[in-house]
Structures are given as C-alpha cells and as structure tokens.
Design a protein around this ligand. Structure first.
Ligand code: IFM
Length: 450
C-alpha cells in the first residue's frame, strides 16, 4: 500500500454546526436556545455579537451546497438545532424546522455529498435549560426522544449519525468554567453534566439502533494528547491528571463502560463527596457498540507540575510559541499521529474519523479579492501528512472533515476568529473561497498532498 496517497475510499468533507452558521433564530417556529440567551448577557461574547444572522445559512443553504460541490467535498457534517425541530424540547416536531433539514439533506444528496448529522452541537432549547439543562437527569430521556424522532424523519436519507459533539466542552466550558452557555462556574456541575451527556449518548445510540439497522452511529470527542514537559514526577503526575480529565474520562465510559479509576478520588474531592449522580447501570449504558469514533483534533498539551516552578506555572504550557494559530493554539501535527495511534491501540474503535481539524487565521481579501491564507494551507498540509503517517502505521482512519466550511460564529469569541476555508463577508454575506479551499479541492481530487 502506498501511503503517500490517501486511499480512494478515504472520505474528505467539511464540518459546521447549526448555531454557528444558520442565523434565522426566531423564524418558522424555532424557540430560543441557551446560546441565544447567553449572547444577550453582558460581557459573555468578546465582540458582543450573537447568532441571529450568522452566515444566513438557513436562507442560503442551496448556494452553500453548490459551493461544497465546486470544492469537491464528499461529505458534509452539520448539526440539527434542537430548538428548531422540537421547540419545546420534548413533544411535537416543528414541521417547518424539520423541513429545512429535509431540504438540506436532499440538496446534499442531489449534489452527491454524504450528509453526516450531529444531534447535539450545544444549542440546547432554552426551555430545557430552564429545567437545569445537562444537570437534570431527565434530559437524558428527552435527548433519546429527540434522537428517535430525528432518525424517524431523516434516517431514510442520512446514514451517519453523531450523538454529541465534544462532551468535554459541553461540561467543562459550559458548567465548570462558565465560558460557554449556560455559563456556570462550578466543578461539581461540570462532572454532573459530563455524566448526563455520556448517559444520553448511550440512550441515543439505543434509540438509533432500535429505529433502523442501516445506520452508522458514534460520538465525537475533542481529544488532546498530553506530553509531560520533563521526566520529573510532578510533570508526569500533571500529565496523568490532564489525560484523565480531558481524554480518558470520556473515552473509558464509551469504550470500556468504566471510569478511569485513578481519577475517581480527585473527582470526588472536587465534587465534595461521592459521585452520587452515577447510578448503578449507567456506565454499561454508556458503552454501546459504535460504528466509529469521531475525533476533533486541534493541538496538544504539554504538562508541567506546579512544583516545578514554585507553584507559578500553569499545568499546560506551550513549548514553541512561534507557531500558534489565532486561537493561541500550538500547531502540533505530530500530536495527531500520536493520538490516532494511542486511541487505536487502547480502545480499538471499529473506525476512526477526524471529524474536525483546522485553524483560525485572519487573512482577508487582498486588493484583487483573493485570500492568500498560506498559513492555513501549511497547517492543513502538516495534518494531512500526519494522517498519512498514521495510516502507514496501521490506524483504521477512514475520513477527515475540515473545520470549517465557512467563517462563522466562534462561540465566546464571536466573529473575531475565522476558521473557514471560505471567507464570509458578514455585511454582504458574500462567500469567497480562500486559497486553502482550492488546495483542499485539489487534495480531494488527487489524493496526494498538493
Ligand atoms: O468552533 C468550534 C466547534 O464548534 C467545536 N470544535 C472546535 C471549534 C473551534 O473552536
């Protein structure tokens, strides 16, 4: 096998999410999400923006699909806005809302592009947020009901289903650090939310399986490989804790049906007592037979124990501050190869997909209107090479989705960070493919790194 080239059946696509691109937040019966509410709170979003207009994808989806086709995309990963399709969180479907997704799916299929649906990419119906959101165990049943209804409507045409996008972010950024909706800053809430998200994943997998037997389903985790800054014990210990809380706390339940035992005492300490929100049987419910694991990869973590620097140094450090994206994230392609090997060896997923990878850079149109985003091309090239390396070493990697198709609403950063391969002029809503989009188009066609 020549791993200088991607196999012909390797899938290349792009990813987005509903709240980040759709806009049209108050039309056709959509109810508010926790992100609509969060954006209204003073100081939550860096540029004071919100998702009301975003990329107007709700209006422009046909043109966006045509653009995807011109860029040779083989698959498109997008999320359903729960408040658009089930405005009360539970109960009846909103016909106008689901019709939007039916049309989008039909448009994609007509263009020869595989739709990949994410059920939850953070825009929880506000009505459920008011009942405690991911802190209320009832939400796991609501999520299963929502899943069942979506599969019933779209499962004849959508063959790839993702339950959750990045449970760590939902729990940690939303409930522990307060950086994302609903904005809570409470460690115990973070662990409870993580538990309910994973439990709802298990129930949703069951709902998908009992609805149809011809669907591929899995979860998407944002994983960050950790490296100790040195061989010292404090650094090794910092690495263990980081990896335990960031990666293994999510991987172990869904693949092994257990919690990482070395982490339990410290999580209990953070929770101020026993993990009473973990009921008997929960862990085995979380472990369902998945067809694939989706990994979102952006960077690596270098860990340093506090003792090494008189308690002053943060546990995560960046060793090479020269090569950073606009998010301040280190460009670390080797981490992608390492991570893929680690996950393959430790968890043996049936298949792996990179469901997000990309970089925020601010290159804008030049006088001729061209967007020369060489830094993004360099980033993508390095990560494509890292995937080839993993394939060479036997990783069962089946596809790659670039984050993101369009510049979009980057959560607490608003519109200030641009991850798109396509530039969006937010005033005119004009789309302009950046140089990296043409580079990606050629990669998809040629299967070798241009
Ligand atoms: O924009 C986000 C996306 O919603 C989830 N994964 C990371 C991306 C970049 O921060």
């Amino acid at each position: 096998m020549n791993w200088k080239a991607f196999p012909q059946d390797f899938l290349f696509g792009a990813a987005t999410s509903s709240f980040q691109i759709e806009g049209a937040t108050d039309v056709d019966g959509r109810s508010a999400s926790i992100w609509d509410q969060f954006c209204l709170e003073e100081g939550r979003i860096a540029d004071g923006s919100d998702g009301r207009r975003a990329c107007e994808h709700y209006l422009r989806y046909r043109d966006d699909v045509a653009l995807m086709k011109r860029l040779n995309l083989q698959a498109y990963r997008f999320s359903l806005a729960w408040p658009r399709v089930m405005p009360r969180g539970t109960g009846p479907i909103n016909e106008k809302g689901i019709t939007f997704y039916e049309r989008l799916v039909d448009e994609l299929l007509g263009a020869g592009i595989e739709p990949w649906v994410t059920l939850y990419h953070w825009d929880l119906p506000a009505v459920l947020g008011e009942r405690g959101g991911w802190l209320n165990r009832d939400i796991t049943q609501h999520f299963a009901e929502y899943t069942e209804k979506m599969v019933a409507r779209l499962g004849d045409r959508v063959k790839h289903w993702i339950t959750h996008n990045e449970p760590w972010c939902i729990a940690t950024l939303g409930y522990r650090k307060g950086e994302h909706a609903p904005g809570l800053k409470d460690p115990r809430s973070g662990w409870i939310a993580a538990h309910h998200v994973l439990l709802s994943h298990g129930l949703a997998m069951q709902a998908i399986r009992s609805a149809r037997s011809d669907l591929q389903a899995g979860i998407v985790l944002n994983l960050t490989p950790g490296y100790a800054a040195s061989d010292s014990l404090p650094d090794q210990e910092a690495l263990r804790r980081f990896d335990g809380g960031f990666n293994r706390w999510y991987l172990d339940p869904v693949f092994k049906g257990s919690l990482p035992s070395d982490m339990i005492a410290e999580v209990e300490e953070e929770c101020g007592g026993a993990l009473d929100f973990v009921h008997s049987g929960d862990l085995s419910l979380m472990r369902q037979d998945m067809d694939f694991l989706g990994i979102n990869y952006y960077s690596r973590g270098i860990l340093r124990g506090a003792e090494d620097a008189a308690g002053q140094k943060p546990p995560q450090v960046i060793l090479d501050p020269v090569d950073l994206t606009d998010m301040g994230w280190e460009v670390a392609p080797q981490g992608l190869t390492d991570l893929l090997l680690l996950v393959q060896n430790e968890y043996q997923p049936k298949a792996l997909y990179i469901t997000e990878n990309g970089a925020a850079y601010d290159e804008a149109p030049d006088a001729s209107g061209r967007i020369r985003d060489d830094r993004r091309i360099r980033y993508l090239k390095k990560h494509a090479a890292a995937m080839l390396e993993a394939l060479e070493q036997g990783v069962n990697l089946k596809g790659y989705f670039q984050w993101s198709l369009l510049d979009n609403f980057e959560w607490a950063y608003g519109y200030q960070k641009r991850f798109g391969m396509v530039w969006v002029d937010y005033e005119t809503q004009e789309r302009t493919p950046k140089d990296s989009a043409y580079w990606y188009r050629d990669l998809i066609q040629q299967r070798i790194i241009p």
